[in-house]
Design a protein around this ligand. Structure first.
Ligand SMILES: [Zn+2]
Length: 116
């Protein structure tokens, strides 16, 4: 991981962060006063609940991006937490918050121990 790679990843993270925050900056609060009937109320409420769930997922993403931005200057950024192998530029570009290399991630997801 050289400085140019880090700069590129930092730029991508910052951009993603800006997109996510601007996406939610104009959310209108749900107003429960102006519904035609109960069915209207129910459908509005469902839509609102879905928006909230979506928002929670985005907030989680924002947290992970912020963490990655904090870590990007530390010497172990881009190194696998399990095996210390470089995570790889392609993977970090796609998943800047990745903490595991592809091999360890795969082993974790397949339920096998990460260290044989
Ligand atoms: Zn690994």
């Amino acid at each position: 991981m050289n400085e140019a790679d880090k700069r590129m990843i930092r730029a991508r993270l910052t951009e993603a962060l800006e997109n996510l925050t601007s996406l939610h900056s104009e959310d209108a609060p749900l107003s429960l006063e102006n519904f035609a009937d109960d069915a209207d109320y129910a459908s509005q409420l469902t839509a609102h609940t879905m928006t909230l769930a979506l928002k929670e997922r985005d907030i989680e993403k924002i947290r992970r991006i912020e963490k990655a931005l904090e870590r990007i200057d530390s010497p172990d950024f881009g190194l696998c937490r399990e095996c210390d192998a470089p995570i790889g530029k392609a993977r970090l570009t796609a998943r800047p918050d990745a903490r595991l290399c592809v091999t360890c991630q795969h082993e974790r997801e397949s339920g096998l121990p990460a260290c044989a």
